[in-house]
Unconditional design. Structure first.
Length: 240
């Protein structure tokens, strides 16, 4: 549950709870593209609707959101800038922990949540330089550039694959450790090549074939629910 305390002036560092709200609104609004309802924010952060209403009122006073009761909250340009800075920090930290420290991709989200609020912009940019200015983190999530722009990436859901089509996984739309660990156990992670072999009647289960890395002639069969496949984004390569 988010901490409900906040700063009273932008002359002081924003509290971690304000940062969590900014990131949540940015993510739920598809990278700051519109207003988000209080109910959505409450569900995502695990807080009550009245708590969200109170926090949005404070953030409106700080100039970070435009908020009208019953219509939701929208990031201002200043709120958008702060949200993108936090997302950049978070995804660079996750990348560092996975590629340099040996963490699993299902282990890093909570750690990055803690660290993103305390590292400086200078540390963030040195970290980006050390990592070679990556455009995407190991989950396939785009890392905002220092100027706030976003890399583009394939975004077709695996669930939309047609029979016989091949697909390269680019991104997984989940931070839940159980989901990530499950997908990793099946080999469904960025860079994996899949082919749809069959759909069960009703289309709720996809039977897939995964190319074994290092051995293009070998494959493994796996099954994914349509709901789980909807979390996997990538590029369709055609039929095989």
């Amino acid at each position: 549950m988010a901490n409900e305390e906040t700063s009273t002036s932008l002359d002081a560092p924003l509290s971690s709870s304000v940062g969590d709200y900014l990131k949540t609104i940015w993510l739920l609004s598809n990278n700051g593209g519109g207003a988000v309802g209080t109910g959505e924010i409450a569900r995502e952060l695990g807080v009550t609707a009245p708590s969200v209403t109170g926090m949005l009122g404070k953030m409106h006073g700080l100039g970070l959101v435009r908020y009208q009761p019953y219509r939701g909250a929208e990031l201002t340009s200043e709120g958008q800038q702060e949200a993108v800075r936090l997302v950049r920090r978070h995804r660079l930290l996750e990348t560092f922990m996975i590629t340099e420290l040996g963490f699993g991709w299902d282990e890093v989200h909570a750690e990055a949540e803690l660290m993103e609020h305390v590292v400086s912009d200078e540390f963030t940019e040195r970290l980006a330089q050390h990592l070679g200015q990556p455009q995407f983190d190991p989950h396939g999530d785009p890392i905002p550039r220092a100027d706030g722009s976003m890399p583009t990436a394939p975004h077709t859901p695996l669930a939309q694959l047609e029979m016989g089509e091949r697909f390269v996984v680019h991104r997984v739309l989940s931070q839940e450790s159980e989901v990530l660990a499950y997908l990793e156990s099946l080999g469904v992670e960025p860079g994996a090549e899949l082919r749809l072999r069959q759909r069960e009647p009703g289309g709720n289960l996809l039977i897939l074939e995964r190319t074994v890395p290092g051995d293009p002639g070998a494959s493994q069969e796996l099954s994914l629910s349509r709901e789980m496949a909807g979390l996997v984004l990538g590029q369709v390569l055609g039929r095989k």
